[in-house]
Design a protein around this ligand. Structure first.
Ligand SMILES: Cc1cc2nc3c(=O)[nH]c(=O)nc-3n(C[C@H](O)[C@H](O)[C@H](O)COP(=O)(O)OP(=O)(O)OC[C@H]3O[C@@H](n4cnc5c(N)ncnc54)[C@H](O)[C@@H]3O)c2cc1C
Length: 521
């Protein structure tokens, strides 16, 4: 997968059927859907695939217990079915995650017990297992660090867990397999209009500075919390559609939650849902819901948010993590569609995502969740193909196996590669030094860096350490220590010089320090 070949395809294609702007869950899902229906599809990503919210999720494939509490049964039903489809279509990336809901009040047992039973039943044939009420002793044996004081018992229920940016890379590869063209580090910078309709988009290559003008029959704005910025490129005075809220997570050592069960606190003192989930031999704990005034590609966790997660970890998991025990902290932004916003002719088939068409023909899609990306893509492509008269072609993604599909179980960090894993092992067989770890505190090998550059369009140290591997989340400090070595491996593949290596290390170090709440130096 060579960048210059992709750029050649872009410059030599006179007109695309669909150009998708934004390479997160939404845009990548649309690229897979559109290409697999046979539409000539191009996706432009400003930074890297999943650089936005799509690498900063809680990592749950879920129906949304929260929506159930709000009585939104149809939304939960839809998400639970998408959850089941995703597990069937990408068994190498989705695993069943049992959750313990502790009950500190006797009334909670029948209350949450009946709600979670309904949750299990709604999933139907695609269910992950039936929930059940458990005793205090069983709750403590499944989640030994749960706070014991006043604990009365609990409920076990099942959801799915995944690795968000690895699913994004998988969708990128699936879209290529179906004939789409995708490129990262290529932001859309403007639109070309003819008779008030959009006929083209300009995009600037961040690596060379070259601007390309790209023509297409239809354009989809799938830029997450940045949709208003792209809508303004079409019409400068358009009223904003979105407000934003931030959610943060901390990552700590497995000793905070040993065992293979997650813990879900349905209602903290201030009414929030809190998760603690075993993930890649660490524990991810979050999240928060804090309104923020601006969209930032790398939002920063606020002190209040960190304090909230630390104090609730102490409250429910026995011990408060000390600053040096926080391996990483990450923040993501949720788009919230404003009630009075310029949503024009909003067509929301589901209340979880929103689709808006501008007079120019630009489709904007936002909201939803990772779990429902496939359904959102189906909805988006159904609507755009009708609007832009691309011809009616049915969606084929319901049972489409994603790239790397495999039902074999592999070691924790090779599991995410699915059927690509043997090819990565073959790299090591051919050159055993590629089997060395990139850092002794990280589970990734040199071979995975080489693989990411050759086959997964990784272009920078950050692409490798933050999204092809999850080094920054598993141990941000160790990822900084690995940056120079990783930069050299990438430079050898892409024929870059020492100055590139030095610049990359500086850029990565500055970036990764924002994921630390404690610095050893
Ligand atoms: C804290 C938090 C936890 C979550 N947890 C879960 C969970 O556990 N499970 C779940 O199912 N969902 C979860 N979600 C929801 C899920 O993460 C989001 O719905 C999903 O990632 C949104 O994807 P997106 O593609 O719409 O946006 P994004 O991922 O933000 O992608 C938008 C992309 O557009 C790019 N872009 C911006 N401007 C331009 C431009 N001019 N040109 C080209 N590209 C551009 C950005 O770089 C970015 O990559 C969570 C959300 C948050 C905030």
């Amino acid at each position: 997968m060579q960048r210059h070949a992709i750029i050649n395809t872009i410059t030599q294609t006179p007109e695309w059927d669909i150009v998708v702007i934004g390479g997160g869950a939404t845009g990548l899902g649309i690229a897979v859907d559109a290409a697999s229906r046979g539409f000539k599809t191009l996706l432009l990503e400003a930074y890297d695939f999943a650089k936005g919210t799509s690498s900063k999720a809680t990592k749950l494939v879920h129906g949304g217990v929260r929506y159930l509490a709000q009585g939104n049964i149809s939304l939960v039903y839809e998400a639970l079915h998408e959850r089941g489809r995703l597990r069937k279509n990408a068994p190498h990336l989705v695993r069943v995650m049992p959750h313990v809901v502790p009950a500190y009040n006797l009334i909670d047992l029948p209350f949450y017990g009946s709600g979670l039973l309904l949750y299990s039943v709604l999933a139907g044939r695609l269910g992950f297992g039936f929930s059940r009420i458990i005793s205090r002793n069983e709750a403590l044996s499944l989640a030994p660090t749960l706070s014991k004081s006043r604990l009365k018992g609990g409920i076990v229920y099942y959801d799915g867990q995944f690795d968000d940016s690895r699913l994004a890379v998988t969708l990128m590869r699936t879209a290529f397999n179906h004939g789409a063209t995708l490129i990262n580090h290529m932001p859309a910078t403007g639109f070309v209009h003819h008779d008030n309709k959009i006929v083209g988009v300009t995009a600037q290559d961040r690596e060379t500075g070259v601007t390309h003008t790209i023509r297409a029959k239809a354009f989809i704005n799938a830029t997450g919390v940045f949709v208003d910025d792209v809508r303004k490129l079409d019409k400068a005075d358009v009223k904003p559609l979105l407000a934003r809220s931030q959610g943060i997570h901390i990552v700590v050592d497995r000793s905070f939650l040993p065992g293979d069960h997650a813990v879900m606190i349905p209602k903290t003192d201030d009414g929030r849902v809190l998760f603690a989930l075993p993930w890649h031999d660490c524990v991810v704990i979050g999240t928060t819901d804090t309104p923020v005034p601006h969209a930032d590609i790398e939002p920063r966790a606020l002190e209040d948010e960190i304090e909230f997660v630390l104090s609730h970890t102490e409250k429910y998991l026995t011990r408060r993590p000390q600053p040096h025990e926080v391996l990483s902290v990450f923040a993501g932004l949720r788009p919230l569609v404003k009630a009075g916003g310029d949503s024009g002719n909003t067509k929301a088939l589901s209340r979880d995502h929103t689709i808006v068409f501008a007079e120019s023909g630009l489709m904007t899609i936002t909201g939803g969740k990772w779990t429902t990306y496939r359904h959102m893509a189906e909805d988006a492509v159904n609507q755009i193909s009708q609007r832009a008269q691309l011809g009616s072609r049915p969606c084929v993604t319901h049972q489409m196996r994603l790239h790397g599909y495999s039902t074999e179980r592999d070691s924790d960090n090779m599991q995410m590669y699915g059927s690509d894993a043997p090819a990565i092992r073959a790299l090591i067989q051919a050159n055993p030094t590629l089997g060395n770890l990139i850092h002794h505190d990280l589970p990734y090998t040199n071979a995975e860096v080489v693989w990411a550059v050759r086959h997964e369009l990784a272009r920078t140290v950050e692409d490798v350490l933050a999204r092809r591997t999850r080094s920054i989340l598993l141990n941000a400090q160790a990822s900084i220590a690995a940056a120079h070595h990783v930069a050299e491996l990438i430079a050898a593949e892409l024929k870059y010089d020492n100055q590139w290596v030095a610049d990359q290390v500086d850029a990565y170090t500055a970036f990764a320090q924002t994921y630390l709440i404690y610095r050893a130096d």
